[in-house]
Design a protein. Structure first.
Length: 122
């Protein structure tokens, strides 16, 4: 077949070699990676990380609105998108690392009435 003057002929014989590895950059396993056991996930940089747990939180409407407002305020303060999951993780870490916050949280969640010692009756 002869090419017409306005036609372009492209040699595609080496296309497989040219495309080898495209779209498969994360397939290669390095010696330092843990095997996939369902408890880890592989990041784009090839390292593995603990697989996050998923759960659902049921909030009353006023609490959901308050959480939305908190997320909005955190986004405005940080100057970037702040996910609600990031807010929850940060609050958990703060409660674990700050004794006063931990105590306050415990007292707020403790719904038992405060009991005062009553004098012993004989």
């Amino acid at each position: 077949m002869t090419a017409r003057p306005n036609e372009v002929s492209i040699d595609t014989s080496d296309i497989d070699k040219l495309l080898s590895g495209v779209g498969r950059r994360n397939e290669a396993k390095s010696a330092v990676q843990k095997p996939t056991d369902g408890t880890t996930v592989q990041r784009q940089n090839g390292k593995t990380a603990a697989k996050p747990s998923k759960f659902t939180v049921l909030l009353e409407e006023k609490d959901a609105l308050a959480f939305d407002m908190l997320a909005y305020e955190m986004r405005a303060a940080a100057g970037r998108r702040v996910e609600k999951a990031e807010i929850l993780r940060t609050l958990i870490q703060l409660a674990l690392s700050d004794v006063r916050l931990n105590t306050s949280l415990g007292q707020t969640l403790d719904r038992r009435p405060v009991q005062t010692e009553q004098p012993a009756q004989d």
